[in-house]
Design a protein around this ligand. Sequence first.
Ligand SMILES: [Zn+2]
Length: 221
Amino acid sequence: MIRPKLLLLAALSAVAPAQAPASKEIEAVYPDAHALYLDLHQNPELSAHETQTAAKLAARLRSAGYDVTEHVGGTGVVALLRNGAGPTIMLRTELDALPVEEKTGLPYASKVRAKDDSGREVPVMHACGHDLHMAALLGTAEVMARNKDTWHGTLVLIGQPAEEGFGGAKAMLNDGLFTRFPKPDVAVALQRRKHIPGRDSWNHTRRLQHEFRFNTDHDLR
Ligand SMILES: [Zn+2]
């Protein structure tokens, strides 16, 4: 059975590093996921310009054992892990950041500025948490690859460009997301809450965890 809690716990670990990882599986992949989170947070890229972000995610997934295709619908990434007969599950992360100035004062705060599509220079920040989503996806990817004896089926991980501009999903579909790659039986995405990083994320992910378990406990065996 795929254990959805791992995705969610990986997310929690990334957003609240002071909390101890909740299992040995998470502990094993946490350093990689956290390192990616810090790197992405300090190097955000605007919608449809996520070149380095996509390359970093693709490289990490490839070294985790995934069959990775890049440049799907622009900068999109598709990573497959086939593990025998069974359902096809898709997990999605976004790649892009927002034209927002970071004022958190964190040691790893973004100082990036870039030109937007109109040629105007803007500050750039992962203000929507897509860096967290990518780190959670990587953590999950590594857990699933290291524990293939505990599940069967096909895992499809996607990195979607230009979520903030609303064009990236369509671009991936138009580039054959569901024809060139296995069509999923279930698709799951993570969404963090913006208000209070630790507490709201916890509450929200607990709810998602329940929903996902409810939907998939039988399907994924
Ligand atoms: Zn977003």
